[in-house]
Write a protein that binds this ligand. Structure first.
Ligand SMILES: [Zn+2]
Length: 233
């Protein structure tokens, strides 16, 4: 049933591109994809200024990090899920940039993220990226970069091996599955830098944990984390 509904919504969207991606109301500005009402309904977390916010609690004791943030609460069937679905499965890069800009505005105004030097997208495995045509985390970084005036670096953290699909896996299994999957290149670019590791949705944090472990080998590095959405488990 869900599939049929999704198909119907996609069809409507392709026939009437000037409708809000979320509620279907007419948009009055051709440059927009979401109406004002839906923008106001987006579930912002305001975690960026909160020490030991729920995202930081996920990573506390597991990794060394500077600060961590998610811009939105992820809830199924809500506006944010639809928008992230557009970014990940419908080739809608513009919505990813737009959401990244929203998060960038929050982070640019936060003292805890002010001195970030570089934005690092979590890499996809090459098969997935080839299939999608882009890495959605890098698209989010582009939006962040607009607002934070910080460069994006995608040639330092790379994904080495194929990792199996992660759905329906226990946290320990996931950890084993992804821990060996990341590797470093061009380390010198990261020495003594404050980097912001960026991903789309935070669930168990296993992928970000694995990336952080690899990155922490760089001398003088400080690592912060930001994801668009936070799915509490
Ligand atoms: Zn709307």
């Amino acid at each position: 049933m869900h599939f049929v509904k999704q198909l119907y919504e996609d069809l409507i969207q392709s026939l009437y591109p000037n409708l809000c991606l979320s509620c279907g109301d007419e948009l009055y500005n051709n440059n927009e994809q979401v109406c004002l009402k839906c923008i106001f309904e987006l579930p912002r977390t305001s975690f960026e200024n909160i020490l030991l916010n729920p995202v930081e609690k996920i990573f506390q004791g597991r990794i060394f990090f500077n600060a961590a943030h998610s811009e939105f609460y992820f809830s199924k069937g809500q506006v944010i899920q639809r928008l992230i679905h557009q970014l990940k499965y419908k080739g809608n890069k513009d919505i990813g940039i737009w959401l990244g800009q929203m998060m960038g505005r929050s982070l640019a105004g936060s003292a805890r993220f002010k001195d970030v030097d570089l934005l690092l997208p979590v890499p996809l495995n090459s098969k997935k990226e080839f299939k999608r045509g882009y890495n959605q985390s890098k698209i989010i970084c582009e939006g962040l970069s607009d607002m934070m005036k910080t460069p994006v670096l995608d040639d330092c953290l790379i994904r080495e091996k194929e990792t199996q699909t992660q759905t329906r896996k226990h946290r320990t299994e996931r950890w084993i599955n992804v821990s060996g999957g990341f590797d470093l290149r061009n380390q010198a670019k990261l020495i003594n830098k404050h980097i912001l590791l960026v991903d789309d949705v935070l669930t168990t944090g296993a992928t970000l944990e694995a990336c952080t472990q690899v990155l922490s080998a760089v001398p003088g590095i400080r690592i912060s984390i930001a994801t668009l959405a936070f799915a509490s488990i």
